[in-house]
Design a protein around this ligand. Structure first.
Ligand SMILES: Nc1ncnc2c1ncn2[C@@H]1O[C@H](COP(=O)(O)OP(=O)(O)O)[C@@H](O)[C@H]1O
Ligand SMILES: [Mg+2]
Length: 272
C-alpha cells in the first residue's frame, strides 16, 4: 500500500502510552502495543473494559487525552478530521452496530466508500463492488435491499463494504455477535480468508472464545474454501496474539500458548 503522503513503515498499528477518560472515568491508561504486519490481535475483556473505545481511537473516531496512535508510522492523534481520510482508507472497519443503509441496495451500500473517496467511473465501481461481493460470496444479492437479507448475509455485506477500498488493516468489533454458530462461522472464515489470502493485519474484538481459539489454530484453505487446522497441508500457524484489557490497562498480551500456560484465574474465563 503506497498511499501518497504516508510513510512506508511496515508496522501497521502502534500505540504509545495512550490514555483516554470520559468525565471521571479512566477508560484506558498508558496503553502501548504494536500490531505486526499480517498479524491478528484478538482483543478480549469484560463489557465496559474499553475494547470498542480502543478500536475507535485507532479508526480516528475518538481522540486520546494523551499518547500516540501510529498508523504505518504516522501519529494520527494530533491530526484534524480533514487529514484523516488517507488513514481511513487503509483501514476497513466492521462495527457491530455498523449497520447497512436500509434505503440503499447491496450494490449502493458497497459502492458507498468508493464514491466517498472520489471514484466516479461507474464501470470501475461496479467491477470493485462485484469483486468484493464475490469474495464474501454474496454476488447474487447485488440488487437486493438489506431488509431482504438474513442477519448473517447483512454482516457479510458489511464486510464487503469494509474491504472495498482494499484496506491493509481490518478492525472488527464483535462481528459474530448475535449470529447463530453456523452463520458466525461464515464470518470467521471471511476473517481468516482476509488474513491468510490478502495478508491483512487485524484487530478483532470478540465475546466468543470459540471464535478466538478457532481463528488462532485454523487457516483458510483456498482449495477447500474452508478453514483447516494449521500445520496440516504443510501450512504454518496463523500469526495471532491475544490481548486482555482489565482496569483500563493491558492485563495480558501474548500467544494462545502463553494464555493457556499461565493458568491465571482471571484469564481462564476467556479461554474456557
Ligand atoms: N463516547 C463516550 N462517552 C462517554 N463514555 C463512553 C463513551 N464511549 C465509551 N464510554 C465508556 O467507556 C467505557 C468502555 O466502553 P467500551 O469501549 O464501549 O467497552 P467494551 O469493552 O464493552 O467495548 C464504558 O464505561 C463506556 O460507558
Ligand atoms: Mg464494545
Amino acid at each position: 500500500m503506497t498511499s501518497e503522503g504516508l510513510t512506508t513503515s511496515t508496522v501497521p498499528i502502534e500505540l504509545r502510552n495512550v490514555s483516554i477518560s470520559f468525565g471521571e472515568k479512566q477508560v484506558l491508561s498508558d496503553i502501548s502495543f504494536q500490531l505486526s504486519c499480517g498479524e491478528t490481535l484478538i482483543l478480549l475483556g469484560v463489557t465496559g473494559s474499553g475494547k470498542s473505545v480502543l478500536l475507535k481511537l485507532i479508526a480516528g473516531l475518538l481522540k486520546p487525552d494523551s499518547g500516540e496512535i501510529l498508523i504505518r508510522g504516522e501519529n494520527i492523534a494530533p491530526l484534524p478530521e480533514s487529514q484523516l481520510n488517507p488513514f481511513r482508507k487503509l483501514m476497513g472497519v466492521v462495527f457491530q452496530e455498523g449497520a447497512l443503509f436500509d434505503s440503499l441496495s447491496v450494490y449502493e451500500n458497497v459502492a458507498y466508500p468508493l464514491r466517498e473517496s472520489g471514484l466516479t467511473d461507474e464501470d470501475q465501481i461496479e467491477q470493485a463492488v462485484r469483486q468484493v461481493l464475490s469474495f464474501v460470496e454474496m454476488e447474487e444479492a447485488i440488487d437486493k435491499m438489506p431488509a431482504q437479507l438474513s442477519g448473517g448475509m447483512r454482516r457479510r455485506v458489511s464486510v464487503a463494504r469494509a474491504i472495498v477500498n482494499q484496506p491493509s488493516i481490518m478492525l472488527y468489533d464483535s462481528p459474530t455477535a448475535g449470529l447463530d454458530p453456523v452463520t458466525a462461522n461464515t464470518i470467521n472464515i471471511l476473517i481468516a480468508k482476509l488474513r491468510d489470502i490478502q495478508r491483512v493485519s487485524s484487530i478483532l474484538v470478540t465475546q466468543r472464545v470459540q471464535d478466538a481459539l478457532y481463528l488462532s489454530t485454523y487457516v483458510y484453505s483456498p482449495e477447500r474454501h474452508e478453514l483447516v487446522p494449521a500445520n496440516s497441508d504443510g501450512r504454518t500457524r496463523p500469526s495471532t496474539r491475544f490481548m486482555v484489557l482489565r482496569d483500563s490497562q493491558i492485563y495480558f498480551l501474548g500467544t494462545r500458548e502463553d494464555l493457556m500456560r499461565l493458568k491465571d484465574p482471571y484469564l481462564v474465563r476467556f479461554i474456557s
